[in-house]
Design a protein around this ligand. Sequence first.
Ligand code: DAK
Length: 260
Amino acid sequence: MAFENLIIEKKGNVAILTINRPKALNALNTLTLKEMQKAIFMLGDDPDVAVIILTGAGEKAFVAGADISEMKDFDVNQAISFSMEGHRTMDAFSHIEKVVIAAVNGYALGGGCEIALACDFIYASQNARFGLPEVTLGIFPGFGGTQRLPRLIGKGKAKELIFTGEMITAQQALELGIVNKIFPSENLMEESLKTASKIASNGQVGIRMAKRVIDAGFDVSLSEGSFFESKAWGLVFGTYDQKEGMNAFLEKRKPVYKGK
Ligand code: DAK
């Protein structure tokens, strides 16, 4: 499928999904949001893809937010339909069973920061900058930032970032726990690919279950989360990959997983 604002590239079992509007610092307009939904569903259904890396084109930005030039003159109906498009995109990211790594290569602001937060984890380049500047535009974060950021870094720190609209460096984001690792810009994709390939070489059923149980566990009590974990853990024993993984260990060979 051809996209106007996205590039999809495959390296083995890893797909690199690049948001490609570098002249507007990869700002998210309606078309880009629609294309992202399609791409995520497509990659979700592709049996040859185990892990997705999301990044932005160019050296300056991951995504500098929702497209302000498109949004500024919205009437209420257009704002509602843009919001629905945004939420559908975020839902696609939240529900995909495959691992999604955000490789943040510059500005990740507003909706861009929120998209990165919706990924499973974030690697950043040294020049990355994070922020939720929506209040400086008279709005507030609406693509999940008010929900995901406090869960990740705690309420007080999240409120400080959201209420001030201030930008933080990659190093500050690392210290806050927003970012897992920082790399020089030129190494970011290579390092992201290394981790993605390592994840892709493991049993995908176990990874999918782990992802589902970790995410579901955040919204419920520890005992309910442990219950989900037990059920999902048991289900894995009905799969080829579990038998293959354990037999391969005992036979002292590398497992060959099938993702089922
Ligand atoms: N939208 C549209 N164009 C943008 C943009 C954006 N967010 N960010 C940058 N650009 C464009 C600039 O207008 C400029 O275009 P030209 O003038 O060359 O045509 C080009 O990208 C390069 O930008 P700059 O010239 O400004 O570059 P600088 O290096 O000087 O500054 C910057 C880089 C990232 C600091 C600056 O561009 C900036 O502050 N950008 C805006 C960042 C921002 O405020 N982002 C948050 C947007 S609000 C919703 C849910 C969520 C949201 C909305 C709705 N619903 C549920 C409905 C999310 C809202 C947001 O994200």
